[in-house]
Design a binder for this molecule. Structure first.
Ligand code: GRF
Length: 223
């Protein structure tokens, strides 16, 4: 079955992308927020013409992403995740997202698994960046797992979020070769700039209504 990623909007394939409105984007982060920054920067360069970063939600009080939001006058919310049931945490986030009429959710180093209810509310409208070539090396320790496996290449993936861990339909990937001297740290350092390239690109495709999901596979519509 063909699923339009932003079903409340019209997409005319014959005429190409018809942008009806600017998408309101929320970024969810837990830490450093360099991927959040890459989206802010892309937006400032005019590379996200159909996306408006409305707010940041963090689940860690000390997340450096907060400083980035402050610097760029982006409202931010702290939602406590510690010692809270997943549904409770998720419904607090959903309230914020609904109140702000958010269309698209970007997980930028957000270290929490979202509940099925949350995901179904935003089906095909949540994207995540993962530092490996999915479906290879999912999970929280991708670089370590890549090195331990002796892989000769790795990279990063932007994908839609589904109920699994790093299993959703893949939107964009970028790869690089791994040298035999590589460590977890050197690999992370090499892959991060690739993440910063493909994440805003994928967000632009989604907010410009150029993505469709068909049987778990993403089709990118080019002009
Ligand atoms: C990135 O490597 C991302 O792929 C992973 O978590 C890290 C977050 O980094 N999901 P940052 O907070 O965006 O700097």
């Amino acid at each position: 079955m063909m699923e339009l990623c932003l079903p409340m909007l019209k997409y005319n394939h014959k005429k190409g992308a018809q942008i009806i409105k600017t998408m309101k984007v929320a970024v969810l982060a837990s830490g450093r927020g360099s991927n959040f920054q890459s989206i802010i920067d892309a937006s400032k360069r005019g590379e996200l013409p159909n996306a408006n970063v409305k707010l940041l939600i963090v689940n860690k009080k000390k997340a450096y992403a907060i400083e980035r939001a402050k610097k760029h006058n982006i409202p931010y919310y702290f939602v406590e995740s510690k010692n809270r049931k997943r549904n409770q945490f998720d419904s607090e986030m959903l309230n914020i997202l609904k109140k702000n009429k958010i269309d698209i959710i970007v997980l930028a180093g957000f270290m929490r698994i979202l509940s099925p209810i949350f995901i179904s509310e935003y089906k095909n409208r949540i994207i995540n960046i993962h530092p490996s070539l999915l479906p290879l090396f999912p999970g929280a320790h991708a670089h370590r797992d890549v090195i331990e496996a002796g892989a000769t290449e790795s990279g990063c993936t932007v994908h839609f979020v589904d109920e699994g861990v790093d299993t959703g339909p893949i939107i964009l990937q970028q790869s690089l070769a791994i040298s035999s001297l590589e460590t977890e740290e050197t690999l992370a350092k090499k892959i991060l700039p690739l993440e910063h390239k493909i994440f805003p690109k994928a967000l632009n495709l989604l907010s410009s209504q150029k993505l469709e999901v068909n049987e778990g596979k993403v089709t990118i519509h080019t002009d």
